[in-house]
Design a protein around this ligand. Sequence first.
Ligand code: SF4
Length: 416
Amino acid sequence: MMTTELPQVQIYENTACTACGCVCDDIRVTISDNRVIETAHTCEIGKEWFLSQTHTNPAVAAFEGKEVLLETAIARASELLKNAKYPVIYGLSRSTTEGQRAAVHLAEQIRATIDTSAATGHAPSLMALQEVGESTCTLGEVKQRADLIVFWGCDPVTTHPRHLERYCPPRAGRKIITVDVAETPTAKVSDHYFSVSEGNDWQLLTELRALRKQPNWEGASITARHLHKLFHGSRFGIVFFGGGLVKQPFAHRTVEVLLRYTMELNDQRRFYARRLRRMGDVAGADSVLTWQTGFPFGVNFASGSPRYNPGEFTVPEMLARREPDLCLLIGSETIRDFSSAALSHLRNIPTITLDSPGTQSPVPPTIRFHTAVYGIHKQGTAYRMDEVPIPLRKIADSAYPSDYNVLRRILEYLQK
Ligand code: SF4
């Protein structure tokens, strides 16, 4: 009689999800035959992310769409990088500290420009905090202590579905308010929703700063007065802000006013402003670039030492100006926000992509590496949106190398 051996099922508790900047680390993952077959405590985005990482099995490397050996792809990628006159390295928010460090090392070696997906996200916030600084707190402190939580220009119910459940659960005396141009799903579950006209955030924040100095100022709008009352009635407040605030003209000035205002509010209470980060480890990419080069994004090594200038050395703008002659993408889904001019140039130059197996690159690359997924196939460290490092565990085997391995091998090839 024939017997069929059933594949072994393993259950891993407290696994981290890096599909968004919340990096929830309480996920239960069921693995069978090295594939994720079930998840618990995930939102829909997280569940889809886990399942998509292990349900395809493409070749480790391909050159112009044809499968090649890893060694061949490493050699060809290294030659392309060596011969490029103005190469750029972009992405990093789907990597980990290990891969990001290797990418910075490679950029320095080949005198490239290195940039992160913050360039199409919170770059204005990073520029603002370089000017005025920021007062920070962890999401754990928010959960335990905040009595006023403000979502300004962001919609976590849609983009970070477990953010409210994990870090802002209902509590006696806690108020949640939303300030946005539209009544978003987050606004609908908030205690108060304040409408702000498109592009008027700077004006509203400036009114709030004025009201803090002169509470009886009669020129303030009704919205500013209501917000002033709520902000000043709190003992621990936090403003989470996102794309609505940073994707408008002169956004760095708007964020600057927000950061100044929240710092000023600390005279009589604790008050913070924190960025709601999109991708799993974009906060890690900022951190690694900063400790390695002194700057968080848009760093150019052409002269041999790091130079920073947003606009001049940010990859989406460089591509739109048709400057780079080669692009290495570490996590190519991060280019979806690029302008059509940038994408069009990307299609005309050699591209090398390092992607997890489930990723569909928006641009067909010259050389494609499929790399193991941190937190599933490899261990590593990712930074949550509040810059708290979260360890990622290996829960399944994989024949794919990590992006760190690929970048190290390219570096070794170039140093021969
Ligand atoms: Fe994953 Fe974000 Fe959903 Fe948490 S909220 S499970 S990190 S996608």
